[in-house]
Each structure stands twice: as structure tokens, then as C-alpha cells.
Design a protein around this ligand. Sequence first.
Ligand code: SF4
Ligand code: SF4
Length: 116
Amino acid sequence: MSLEFHLLSGGSITIHTPECPSCESKACVKVCAEQSPGPVLILGEDGRPCLKPTLTEIKRGVCTECLGCLLECGIHGNNVVRFQAPLEGLEAYLAEQEAAGRIPIYRQDAKQVEST
Ligand code: SF4
Ligand code: SF4
């Protein structure tokens, strides 16, 4: 089960939440609490991030797309946040970089992150 929400840019963020209860840092929630106009992600009683604003509010721009949740989860969490951006040519560029061994941290699995 995943938490997915759509963004003003036309992109989306997906969090694979089954991995979240075991995460000690809850880094996504902490970094999101520091964003303006206020947190999008808050911690649910089940130990998983959930949404404070409505999906409509998020799509209108409450999520500033700072990508702090993606980066912090990649570094301090279980690396389960994914961002889809509607940028023409981005996927081709990333595929080229990955073929050359340069994999962005958010596209690495947890073992790859630990070894870097
Ligand atoms: S930091 Fe990552 S693994 Fe931890 S609770 Fe947030 S999304 Fe889940
Ligand atoms: S991109 Fe930034 S504002 Fe949006 S949910 Fe993640 S941390 Fe919060």
C-alpha cells in the first residue's frame, strides 16, 4: 500500500508506507514540518506518514515540492519516497547517468545507499 499525492507542477510523490513503521528517524515528517505554509506530511498513529491537508489543497500548491521528504528518507529513512516529475527528457537523462554508474540517491535501494 502506498501514499500518493499529486502536485501543482503536474508531478506526484509516492511513499511506499509498509516500510515506514520500522523507520526510526521519521525524517520525512520532520523535514516537512519545517516547510511553509505548513506540513503536508504528519505522523499517523500507525507509524506511517499521512497527509494533513486535503488532496485538493496539496494539488493547489500546499506541497511546495521542496523534495525534502525524498532526500531525507533516502539518507535517514528506508528510501521509499519517489517523485515523478513531468520534465521532458528527464527519464532519458537519468537512464544515461545510471548506465554510467551515477545513480541519484533516491533511485538507489537501501543497500546501495549504505555502501556510498
Ligand atoms: S523517512 Fe521514509 S521510511 Fe521513514 S517514515 Fe518517512 S517515508 Fe517512511
Ligand atoms: S516535497 Fe516538501 S513540502 Fe512536499 S511533502 Fe515533501 S517535504 Fe513536504
